[in-house]
Design a protein around this ligand. Structure first.
Ligand code: URA
Length: 242
């Protein structure tokens, strides 16, 4: 492959940034300074170095982020910081994007990657990738309400959604508007805008707190604190691709 592509994929910068670095003579191949981006190197070469440091070619990056509240699921925003801003400089690449969206005030599992095909597959409505959330709901989520979710709800705007499974974990007195609060888990099979909040709105209830805990086979790690992320394992990547 071309040296400039290798360097860009190794995270050195865009093709034009790489060109500048090459011109400055910062890149060596087998110890020789190479300034021409068209120079051919092997993908698995261990001989390419930047300022003397060996570079490793990696085309795709996959991270599992525990998204905190207050950051938006986008790559750029004029007002707020974004989920990709949470990546350390050495993990950041300009083509990394979040797979799907969590609301600004939603926490939890979000995949960041530059693998466009995987991102597209996981968010395609036809694929019905399961998503599981933990939530605090203002009020008591009764068996009747659970059944309504199981039957498939019609949202306030008339849109029908696929059945969702709700599991009530705890109901307790609280200082919320209704005086009660329920801790629930919900599994949905689509990814409509504000879907969980709008499903509860359809039964007259309000979501106080929302956290995604699973997407497909991928679970949120309990030891990943808010704002932290880690690289996905090979097995996890394979299982997401299935
Ligand atoms: N449903 C919502 O309402 N918000 C999210 O962020 C995710 C699912």
């Amino acid at each position: 492959m071309r040296l400039d592509k290798f360097l860009a994929e190794a995270g050195l910068g865009s093709r034009s940034e790489v060109k500048v670095l090459l011109k400055k003579g910062k890149v060596t191949v087998a110890g020789l300074v190479i300034k021409d981006g068209r120079f051919q190197v092997d993908k698995n070469s261990t001989e390419v170095a930047f300022e003397g440091e060996p570079l490793i070619y990696q085309e795709y990056y996959y991270y599992l982020l525990n998204k905190p509240q207050g950051v938006v699921s986008a790559t750029k925003d004029n007002l707020d910081s974004t989920v990709v801003d949470l990546l350390a400089a050495e993990d950041f690449r300009s083509d990394i994007f979040p797979v799907g969206r969590l609301d600004k005030n939603t926490e939890g599992l979000l995949i960041l990657t530059n693998d466009g095909a995987l991102g597209h597959d996981l968010t395609q409505p036809k694929k019905h990738v399961e998503k599981e959330y933990f939530a605090h709901i203002d009020g008591e989520v009764t068996a009747e309400i659970v059944q309504k979710f199981a039957d498939g709800l019609t949202l306030k705007n008339g849109e029908k959604v696929k059945p969702g499974e709700v599991f009530v974990e705890k109901t307790m007195e609280s200082k919320t508007q209704s005086g009660m609060m329920s801790e629930i888990r919900i599994i949905i099979h689509e990814g409509k805008f504000h879907q969980v909040k709008r499903m509860f709105e359809a039964v007259g209830m309000y979501v106080l707190y929302l956290k995604r805990i699973r997407m497909g086979n991928l679970q949120l790690d309990a030891d990943l604190s808010l704002g932290q992320y880690r690289t996905l394992t090979e097995n996890e990547i394979e299982s997401l691709k299935k």
